[in-house]
Design a protein around this ligand. Sequence first.
Ligand code: V47
Ligand code: SF4
Length: 405
Amino acid sequence: MTANALTIPFERIADPAVRAIAEKVAAGTRLTQADGVTLFETPDLTGVGVLADAVNRARHGDRVTFASNQHINPTNICTLRTTCVFCGYARLPKEAGAYRYTLEQVLAEAKTGNNGMTREFHIVGGLDMEAGLEYYTRMFRALKAELPQVHIKALTAVEIAHIARIEKKPWAEVLIALREAGLDTMPGGGAETFSAAVREEIARKKLGAADYIGVHRTAHQLGIRSNSTMLYGHVESFADRMEHLQMLRDLQDETGGFLAYIPLAYHPDDNELGKKLGRQGIATSGVDDLKNLAVGRLFLDNFAHVKSHWIMVTPSLSQIALHYGVNDLEGTVVREKIYHAVGATTQQSMTLDDLLRLIRGAGKIPAERDSFYNVLRTFDAGGQGTDGGEALPSAVRELPSTVGA
Ligand code: V47
Ligand code: SF4
């Protein structure tokens, strides 16, 4: 789905090693893991950026999409609370601050966000022994009964494997039951960094890389599409990052089931790993954030969408990232909890006006999308949405300018 011809401004690439990679991109040759390491190592950030931008423009032109979504975190109780040392969100069952929403609480929260205009619920939580298949199937059925138009993107591969273990059922059976109850797609969380040595250090006991890939493969085979992530900026090496991206690219070659890639910047506050690394208050660098997005765009040549998560890297950096290969922004998220538990100081939601200003400020054209990345409406310079060709529900035509809480 190429929108434009690929035009690489070679004259803006200073480092000969990056130029050599640009030649490969121009020739349609796939990048290797070693190429990815070179892109991470080079001081030529601009060179990496213009290359990723050229590839992104060829696919998407100047269009930048976003979705109107709402995060719901139904439980923070998690059996891995003491071994995922980078996580500040989880609690043990009897620990202060532990919570598990009742069905009524989930429904109440679902109805509060976005003035009723939410198109997607993003539902993730801890590995809670009391939150099995019944807890989630009842939740999804009730959400679909109350808000049938809302897409349910829920449960990471790690949560699916946890439910399967509790229920003593294969992953496929769990996924089929959840889909029957209303699950539409899966988020990409839980991947962290796939390297076994890194996992041993930051996420001991967590589902391993092969099983993370295995759950996504099973979902894709059942027709359930999913996202993919990588947590970066902790103890991993550039080679670890590239091994991770290789596994994602390989599965995408096999199934084509991934919708998007979202690199997640590690936040060091209020978690054991941040203390151990002496990194309290020191988040990832802007250069590394941009490199992760750009390398994702260049190496994952079989992924259509690369998303920047403004909650994690700030809206300002996400805006700049629109010139480093990014074509999608995490949307009008309502009440994000997970990153705010570990030091994210960004706001917890963004209004539609703010999002439009941010995208236009980068010289791009904002467009609202659905959860499968179909464009619903494109915004012209005057701020009004124009239909993307499909019939839109009347509620969308009347979307208020403030969609955040
Ligand atoms: O897997 C936990 C990350 C993830 C920290 O699929 C942390 O559309 C940084 O995956 N610093 C869950 N990150 C969230 C997630 C996600 C987010 C937005 C969109 C999508 C999508 C998926 O949050 C976890 C973990 O990698 N996380 N702790 C931390 N200290
Ligand atoms: Fe639990 Fe996920 Fe936090 Fe690990 S990252 S402790 S699995 S909530």
